[in-house]
Design a binder for this molecule. Sequence first.
Ligand SMILES: [Zn+2]
Length: 192
Amino acid sequence: MKEISKGQWISQDQWDKYIHHFSPIEFSEDPLKYSDFQTIKNLESFRSSISRRIFPSPASGALARFSSSKRSQHYVGSDMGGDIRGEVDTNTSKKSQAVDVFIEGNALINWSFVLACQLFKGVGIYLDTEYHYRPWPMFHLDTREKGYMSGALIWVRYREEYYYPQLNDSDRLAVRGIFRSCILLKENIFKR
Ligand SMILES: [Zn+2]
């Protein structure tokens, strides 16, 4: 099998051959045009191993963003300098290496499984998101080059604030508090 290189775009034939649990039309932007193939392959591997349904977020920018910060793993552009909007050359541009998804089942169990699989170097859990007007934690998954130490960079979003528990003590404490209070209050954010 030919090695798949970073930043490679996906043909429909490759999609049909390697990606069995997702269809391109499920994503907010066309992954055949804008996704890094390895990222979608890792999502497919993750989906196969977790054996739970995964729903790509329908929100605009959940796969590819054209005018966001160039540091975003969702960013797509034909160069990393100019401000790109709209049309991009799909053969030469930087592809999105991230996707935002909803995973069936208990979010804390899903989160630990995401981390255990080591398929993603950036993993965010969003505890303040909705899917079709119902609260449901969302996951950001990306295949950035470098995560945190030898694993993934992790963050938690809660009430629109971002917390990076690996990076400082106050965020670590905050995340512990968030998880404890959500569990104690039986806030229904971990279940779907
Ligand atoms: Zn994201």
